[in-house]
Design a protein around this ligand. Structure first.
Ligand SMILES: Cc1cc2nc3c(=O)[nH]c(=O)nc-3n(C[C@H](O)[C@H](O)[C@H](O)COP(=O)(O)OP(=O)(O)OC[C@H]3O[C@@H](n4cnc5c(N)ncnc54)[C@H](O)[C@@H]3O)c2cc1C
Ligand code: FES
Length: 365
């Protein structure tokens, strides 16, 4: 199973922890980065070593990390950050782990998106980006068994492509169907690579769909995800282990169609959704570590409200997956947008990106 980087030897880690007591990381980084922008005492950074336009509105960036970048398993995600207008903006991307240890992220430009526009239009070979630790559970076991079904829509193809390549590197030991939806044929990223993999490995089948135009190629059908396509194209559906990835609406439809009627179902949504009724008014949120009290709207997630108030809490996926934004809640009630639950008890790990304030709060921030 390929991983991007092996763990550091124990002797090296001991020397590092001894030196940690003596070195000021900010001072070291300031001077070291003047020699090489990738040098840092402890920050995981990666240099862009390749850039390829893969569609009119999407690029693949190949990244070579410094020694602080941890291992990444196929199917996992990483937070990628860049300084934009003096502020660090971090979002989450699903890299393909290449044989030479580099990572390739494929990024779709979101029309009014901050980081995706920068990654697609502003970043050049030689630039340096911040990289977070890998996270996510949609990976494959060391010994893979059973029959699998991967469902992807839009940029949701990225972790699933990584898994297909992982299986190909293991000589495709299981039966896999990949169903992949995009707006048009030009938006089907890596279509030729996937066709080549299907031609090479009979146990792997790829089914392409477009939703906003008439398909030109024989192996592309039109239409959205539905029960008929799933029944017609996928043999022994009840035995399948399913991974689905894409925008929230796609993932919820896949879940409604399949959960409970297949061997297992796991999904990750890439785009935000906040479908719960909006609550009016403001609440008082006390940030205990800063000794600061703010009046924040109930209508926004706590992360968005704090950002709008000029603060910069740590964040990454903004979807409740990576835990980067989590902080303690000492008192008050919050609404979890993923479950709809009202939580009135103190918690040690409140994810600011998927919770709204439902009453006055005291946070460990
Ligand atoms: C686990 C995970 C893995 C991801 N992997 C990838 C990947 O491999 N490739 C990739 O291109 N993207 C991926 N994304 C989406 C990515 O993290 C960003 O959300 C996306 O690039 C937009 O960021 P932005 O800063 O440009 O937009 P923002 O400035 O955050 O948002 C601008 C506007 O766009 C909307 N928006 C935000 N994200 C999306 C989206 N994904 N689709 C449509 N509208 C959106 C927002 O609601 C807002 O209105 C992933 C997301 C998650 C949670
Ligand atoms: S930013 Fe990832 S869980 Fe909140």
């Amino acid at each position: 199973m390929p991983e991007s980087r092996p763990a550091q030897p124990r002797g090296f880690r001991r020397l590092r922890s001894f030196l940690d007591a003596w070195v000021n990381p900010a001072f070291f980084d300031f001077w070291a980065s003047r020699v090489n922008r990738l040098w840092s005492w402890q920050r995981p950074l990666a240099r862009v070593v390749g850039r390829q336009q893969i569609a009119a509105d999407a690029v693949t960036l190949t990244l070579r990390g410094n020694r602080h970048c941890g291992p990444v398993r196929p199917g996992q995600h990483i937070n990628v950050g860049a300084e934009l207008d003096g502020r660090r903006v971090t979002r989450c991307y699903s890299p393909v782990v290449n044989a030479d240890g580099t990572l390739s992220i494929s990024v779709k430009k979101v029309a009014d998106g901050r980081l995706s526009r920068h990654l697609c239009d502003g970043v050049r070979v030689g630039d340096v980006l911040e990289i977070g630790a890998a996270f996510g559970d949609m990976t494959l076991p060391e010994t893979v068994a059973g029959a699998w079904l991967f469902l992807a829509a839009g940029s949701g193809i990225t972790p699933l492509l990584s898994l297909v390549r992982d299986l190909a590197a293991r000589r495709m030991p299981v039966s896999v169907d990949l169903m992949y939806w995009a707006h048009g044929e030009d938006d089907l990223w890596f279509a030729d690579d996937l066709r080549a993999l299907a031609a090479r490995w009979p146990a792997f089948r790829v089914h392409f769909f477009v939703t906003r135009c008439t398909p030109q190629r024989e192996d592309v059908a039109s239409g959205r995800i539905d029960a008929v396509a799933l029944q017609e194209l996928v043999s022994v559906l009840p035995e399948r282990r399913v991974y689905a990835c894409g925008p929230t609406g796609f993932v919820s439809t896949a879940q409604a169609l399949l959960e409970g009627s297949v061997a297992s179902f796991a999904a990750e949504a890439f785009s935000p959704s906040d479908s719960l009724p909006v609550e009016d008014g403001d609440v008082q949120v006390h940030l205990a570590r800063r000794g600061l009290t703010l009046s924040l709207p109930r209508a926004s997630t706590l992360l968005a409200a704090l950002e709008a108030a000029g603060l910069r809490p740590e964040s990454g996926c903004r979807m409740g997956i990576c835990n980067t934004c989590a902080c303690g809640k000492r008192s008050g009630a919050t609404r979890d947008l993923l479950t709809g639950e009202l939580i009135s008890e103190p918690v040690s790990s409140l994810r600011l990106c998927v919770n709204r304030a439902a009453s006055d709060l005291v946070l460990d921030l």
